[in-house]
Design a protein around this ligand. Structure first.
Ligand code: CAA
Length: 259
């Protein structure tokens, strides 16, 4: 996969793909091309059987400082509607494999929203996370008002979105927005380590479990429980279920094939 504003490495560790945003001078501001490339790379990785977990990162200074303001300044409602840029976000949302964000430095606006599209988040101590769109006369547009509120609750989400104040890494951890904070030299390694822990498991049960957890945000409790049960039954259609349970009984490590 050859892209201009992202790099994709599928050799980083077995079953792990690393997608790195690569517009460092602009603090990885998410311009249209970068978003197109990100959508395309995730679409392809999601269909690659050798890949079980995707880690998304930026660089030490910035995960991503938001949508590209210079590209957006003259936007019109109809122009944006015709370009349908949010279809990229819709596609990213559909990624079936687990995505882990490795965040250092700025994760602002669309950068915070991209981070929240991921299933787990490892941050460095230097992370600065927030939705500052209000300061430039707009508001979050890629899910920030919904995902942040579901993640940290109304009081803090309102404060962050209406004042534009960002959180530091420790605050984000306390608020339950991220999974882990580590020293800056370790954030990527730790995200890859977390990815390996997931990649050891059956990719089928991982996929079904991710789907069921995400469904919790879209359903009543009873609907969610039914959805969970359906996915639980589906696990028993896999060879991996037999392998996992037999390996337990035989006191050996399971060898999951994703079948
Ligand atoms: N869009 C376009 N360019 C950006 C950018 C963005 N979101 N963020 C940073 N840059 C550019 C700067 O313009 C600058 O470019 P030049 O060297 O050509 O001037 C370069 O990146 C470095 O940035 P700074 O000089 O500003 O770096 P800093 O360390 O002084 O400040 C910062 C860092 C606090 C993150 C600051 O750059 C900033 O506030 N950026 C904007 C953050 C923001 O408002 N994000 C929300 C965007 S709207 C959005 O995301 C909508 C949505 O929901 C989808």
């Amino acid at each position: 996969m050859n892209f201009e504003f992202i790099t994709v490495n599928t050799q980083v560790e077995k079953h792990i793909a690393l997608v790195q945003l690569n517009r460092p001078k602009e603090l990885n501001a998410l311009n249209n091309q970068l978003m197109n490339e990100l959508r395309e790379s995730l679409f392809q990785l999601d269909r690659d059987d050798a890949v079980r977990v995707i880690v998304i990162t930026g660089n030490e200074k910035a995960f991503a400082a938001g949508a590209d303001i210079k590209q957006m300044v003259s936007a019109t409602p109809l122009g944006m509607m015709k370009a349908d840029q949010f279809s990229n976000w819709e596609q990213i949302k559909k990624t079936k494999k687990p995505m882990i964000a490795a965040v250092s430095g700025f994760a602002l606006g669309g950068g915070c929203e991209l981070m929240m599209h991921c299933d787990m988040i490892v941050a460095s101590e230097t992370a600065i996370i927030g939705q500052p769109e209000i300061k430039i006369g707009v508001m979050p547009g890629a899910g920030g008002t919904q995902r942040l509120t579901r993640s940290v609750g109304k009081a803090l989400a309102m404060e962050l979105i209406l004042t534009g104040r960002p959180l530091n890494a420790e605050e984000a951890l306390r608020a339950g927005l991220i999974n882990k904070v580590v020293p800056v030299e370790l954030y990527l390694r730790e995200a890859i380590r977390m990815a390996q822990l997931v990649a050891e498991h059956s990719p089928i049960s991982v996929r079904l479990a991710k789907e069921a957890v995400l469904n919790a945000f879209n359903s009543t409790l009873d609907e969610g429980l039914q959805f969970e049960r359906r996915n639980f039954y589906l696990c028993f259609a896999s060879e991996d279920q037999k392998e996992g349970m037999n390996a337990f009984i035989e006191k050996r490590s399971p060898q999951f094939q994703g079948k």
